[in-house]
Design a protein around this ligand. Sequence first.
Ligand SMILES: C[S@@+](CC[C@H](N)C(=O)[O-])C[C@H]1O[C@@H](n2cnc3c(N)ncnc32)[C@H](O)[C@@H]1O
Length: 406
Amino acid sequence: MTAPPARERFLSLLQSAIEDGTLVKLTLGKPAPGAADATLRNVFVRPVTLRGGPHLTFVFRHATRDITKNHPPAAALEVIRDLLGREFLDAHAFTPAQTAQLELAPDGTGKLRVRLASAAPAAASTQHDREKSRLVAPNSPWLSDLGVTTPSGLPREGMAAKLRQIEKFTEILQHLLVEADLVPAPGTASAASPAAPLRVADMGSGKGYLTFAAAALLGDHATVTGIESRPELVELCNRVATTRGFRRLTFLPGEINHLAPEALGDIDVLLALHACDTATDDALARGVASRARLLIVSPCCQKEVSPQLRAPAVLADALKHGIFHERQAEFVTDALRAQLLEWAGYRTKVFEFVSTEHTAKNTMIAAIRTQSTGQSAALERLRAFAAFYGVRSQRLASHLGVSLEP
Ligand SMILES: C[S@@+](CC[C@H](N)C(=O)[O-])C[C@H]1O[C@@H](n2cnc3c(N)ncnc32)[C@H](O)[C@@H]1O
């Protein structure tokens, strides 16, 4: 059977882009009906320079994991040729000059569209240039020391999602720092150092992935402190910080709630990502007490409110199912936290941090301080909300001295 022309034209464009070194990335999507591997969702391909010379790195994204493989150019083209039509029906190839989009039908016929430059991603002539444009260089030594990547910057087995989470967090952090007027927008004339370094605290810092990411992003513009109850993690993180020359990054052992105020001092930016249950509330309360300008939390395991939830009659039949009850508890807890922060004078937004495909712990609450606490209209509304769900006590409310009872 002769190959369909659109597919062959696409492969020929791709071959030229690979050979002349202009390929920025290739994405394969839309699994074909009857694909051999039903768990394979996408394949992402980009050029990398390895010790053995130019290669293409393939990320095979499956439903629950990623698998990364590297191939030299000629072999890579054969792998793509094999996948196209058999496993995937769509392909997008990007070069600095053009975007080529192939759409195949299950019968093998297809359409090829080639668009010129403007919509294509930024040109990246060398690996070095490409890495400069990323906020977190995957070959950063700290990422390798923490076991996320290999020294050459490839995600270690099982760590691709973690690397994406770190990259996404860094992008969001930068965006929010600008929105909170804590740093100038990149590329603006006022991009000088702030008068005094920002004080960033990361509570429940764990293995320090996101603490290091914040410290690497802000450099000498910030002092960053991780607080973590597990001493072995604190020791590991302090060792990596020292070895890798992070002069303003330290980790303190201890429980968020028991940390003496003088141990930390005032905070400008409070982070608490995936701190367990009410540790998120303890962290938020420290941020509010310190009048931190920016609070960023990604809550997990919202257990406190669950036993209090009283299903309003109309929801009773739905909430008798454990999974709905659990989701409702998450929603009520996080919605109440957002409302309490608004009462405390913060402009608050709640959004999905990374795709649910990568982690279930993906809700982020970001809050920027805009006014003083005690907004009475907000208090009435949040009490009505709590009463609707039968919630009488919640840790952040207690910390802030807010009674939920009307
Ligand atoms: C799921 S890990 C998240 C680590 C890190 N923030 C991240 O997102 O990669 C939660 C960490 O918070 C720590 N932790 C939980 N409650 C804490 C508390 N009350 N005080 C200090 N650390 C706490 C745990 O020991 C654990 O290392």
